[in-house]
Design a protein around this ligand. Sequence first.
Ligand code: HEC
Ligand code: HEC
Length: 206
Amino acid sequence: MASLVVFAAEVKMPDLLSTGDAKAGSELVALCASCHGANGQSISSDWPNLAGQNQRYLSEQLKYFQQGDRENVLMLSVIPYLKTLSDSQLLDIAAFYSSQTPAIGQAKNDQELLALGESLYRAGDLKRGIPACTACHSVNGAGNAQAGFPKVSGQQKNYLISTLKEYRSLQRNAGDYSLVMQSASQNLKDYDIEALANYMHGLYEK
Ligand code: HEC
Ligand code: HEC
């Protein structure tokens, strides 16, 4: 199995929160392209893709960075710029990236790793207090745009690993929703995280 294809019927819902202006947003992201790519597909496995991510999640995270609630050395360089932007401009940036074509990743072809990733992602592990990721991120990894639960399919692998470890160590701690992930990740071992990241990286929406 070279890649993971997960077929699931996706019902297109009207995006009730689509108030951002993607065109206006496209003019506010010149500083972001060096890491996140001109169209939101980042060029390093360490840096998150933003393309196709839901608007609500993106605008919330931008707000956290702007306010200093979510911290990262690389994002630090753009905080002064983010501070000059209004909430509606943050929403425009979110609308822009959300409208871009999502990246498709390829999972590493390692049967043991794939089996563990799939089983944890789909079913969790009740005995170890690990919830099924599908409950919020959906079977195909699309997340939940209305609720602002992030899309995880095709996300960069090293970023998935580092951010899950940051939830686990409680270092990623911005907003009420981070508590959900802090709790979901508490009992994940490093190998579980690697397996989940490999699986999510190879998932894509169809
Ligand atoms: C020097 C590289 C760099 C630049 C420039 C940069 N970013 Fe980032 N960005 C990152 C990294 C690395 C992360 C992951 C942070 C973390 O792990 O907490 C990130 C995270 C994000 C996230 C959260 C993604 C997620 O899935 O949670 C958003 C949104 C974001 N950046 C938007 C922007 C915007 C908008 C700009 C331009 C104003 C920008 N970034 C500029 C490196 C960069
Ligand atoms: C009850 C709902 C829920 C469950 C269950 C859940 N998540 Fe999440 N997840 C969220 C929410 C909400 C966020 C955004 C949190 C924030 O704002 O920091 C999130 C964020 C994430 C992120 C960060 C995305 C990004 O772009 O930075 C990853 C990765 C992730 N979850 C993976 C998982 C995995 C793996 C599992 C299963 C072990 C899981 N989640 C279970 C709701 C959930």
